[in-house]
Ligand binder design. Structure first.
Ligand SMILES: Cc1cc2nc3c(=O)[nH]c(=O)nc-3n(C[C@H](O)[C@H](O)[C@H](O)COP(=O)(O)O)c2cc1C
Ligand code: SF4
Length: 438
């Protein structure tokens, strides 16, 4: 285990995570003692348009994966249109490897509740929803408890803190489907329909929940709002890089000594994160990793010093995504890892469009063949050709994301595939997995 040097420890910038280790951090009393609801009091004295401008000035970008500028999104909501406006928080957190929103809601649910109230006030919404993953029972319980506490204290409901502003907040548990994290599928699910993506345009900003103007934001995005209101845009921008401002929760999993959440200014590198996490497990050397979940192209050991912000990761040929850094070593097989992810995408594909529905079905079968020692060289061309027909041709991002590990593992680790095909690596799957596969 490596002990982080002081200069690396200084990379930690606890903002969203700062209360997590306080005793009973999830209770409103603790939250209020630690700055809680001070930002709301300040925000309710400001004009909603000024709050939108503040978020624009801070450069905050969505923490749900795509990094869309948050203030710009809020600014798209038409004003004076006579329609109800909605804020919907995406707490589905289904991306494999991602583990930042659930701990936040479990340890510090009021941070999200306060962010919801301020964001709803800014976009003039009188009703907000938090759509939380069905399996996350513990986090949902904490969240519901926090919402009730907020109602009891007058932070939610009618005439909040005597400001004249009313807001109702509903916590809705989904049934546990990855596709319901896609924002339009989430809206359909919230409305009681089967969760499948909607055709865009029209976009949620004008035709979202119940065909009304809606902002959909990630948990981390909304929880960033109270600190920005309290600390100001310049303070927020003092962390991170020019186009990727603020701190970010990086969740490290896999072959590291201390897996967990590390909140650092954007632009930290994997080398630094590994040092914070105590290094690689003994006997393991870094071989490949995901910078932002399994939907982002794999990176290799040569990318240890890539700045983990939106631009830096893109320049290295991948995507920052959800900053779920999954670490694999020289004892892990990139072909097998990719196969397991594909099983996931195949299972979670909603079936609405042909490239994703059929493409993932067939790619799983090709991988099983390769891993059972019956692959051919043509299989590699088939995989690339299938990816070519999925990427950019699918109805939503799930299909695109499914191709990421296939193409990148073939780019960096083609030899591993050839070793199965040419018999140098022992099969990992038995021939039984091929029954019914052809
Ligand atoms: C298949 C799929 C799953 C997604 N899952 C999530 C999720 O669990 N949480 C999330 O915040 N965003 C998820 N997204 C991204 C959302 O569609 C959307 O971009 C995001 O909630 C916007 O919030 P932000 O601007 O605050 O990042 C997913 C996208 C796709 C295509
Ligand atoms: S890409 Fe996949 S998940 Fe998305 S609409 Fe098509 S079938 Fe459904």
């Amino acid at each position: 285990m490596t002990t982080p040097r002081p200069e690396t420890l200084a990379k930690l910038t606890p903002v969203l995570t700062k209360r997590w280790l306080s005793p009973d951090a999830w209770q409103i009393g603790t939250y209020e003692q630690l700055d809680g609801y001070a930002a709301l009091r300040k925000a309710l004295k400001a004009h909603p348009d000024d709050l939108i401008q503040l978020i624009k000035d801070s450069g905050l970008r969505g923490r749900g994966g795509a990094g869309f500028p948050t203030g710009l999104k809020w600014g798209f909501i038409p004003q004076g249109d006579g329609k109800p406006h909605y804020l919907v928080v995406n707490a589905d957190e289904g991306e494999p490897g991602t583990c930042k929103d659930l701990p936040l809601m479990t340890h510090d649910p009021h941070a999200l509740v306060e962010g919801v109230i301020i964001a709803s006030y800014a976009i003039r919404a009188a009703r907000a929803y938090i759509y939380i993953r069905g399996e996350a029972v513990h986090a949902a319980r904490r969240l519901r408890n926090a919402v009730q506490e907020a109602y009891d204290k007058g932070y939610l409901g009618r005439n909040i803190l005597r400001s004249g502003y009313d807001l109702e907040l509903v916590v809705h548990s989904g049934a546990g489907a990855y596709i319901c994290g896609e924002e339009t599928a989430l809206l359909d699910s919230l409305e009681g329909f089967r969760g499948q993506p909607r055709l865009r345009p029209p976009f949620p900003a004008t035709h979202g929940l119940y065909a009304s103007p809606t902002v959909v934001n990630n948990v981390g995005t909304i929880a960033s709002v109270p600190p920005i209101v309290l600390g100001g845009a310049d303070w927020w921008k003092s962390m991170g890089t020019e186009k990727s401002s603020g701190p970010m929760i990086y969740s490290l999993s896999g072959r590291v000594v201390n897996p967990g959440q590390y909140e650092c200014s954007m632009g930290v590198t994997l080398r630094e994160l590994l040092e914070l996490a105590g290094g690689m497990q003994p006997g393991h050397n870094l071989r490949f990793w995901t910078p932002g979940g399994s939907s982002t192209p794999l990176l290799a050991a040569e990318h240890l010093d890539v700045p983990l912000d939106f631009e830096g990761v893109a320049a290295a040929g991948s995507i920052l995504g959800t900053t779920a850094t999954q670490i694999f070593s020289d004892q892990d097989c990139p072909v097998y890892a990719t196969y397991r992810w594909l099983e996931f995408y195949h299972h979670e594909s909603c079936g609405k469009c042909t490239p994703c529905r059929e493409g993932n079905y067939w790619m799983v079968r090709v991988y099983r063949r390769i891993l059972a020692g019956q692959g051919t060289h043509e299989d590699l061309d088939t995989l690339l050709d299938t990816c070519d027909n999925i990427l950019g041709r699918s109805f939503c991002g799930l299909g695109d994301g499914a191709t990421s590990s296939v193409t990148s593992s073939l780019q960096y680790f083609k030899q591993d595939y050839l070793d199965y095909i040419e018999g140098r690596t022992a099969p990992k799957l038995s021939e039984k997995t091929l029954v019914g596969a052809h």
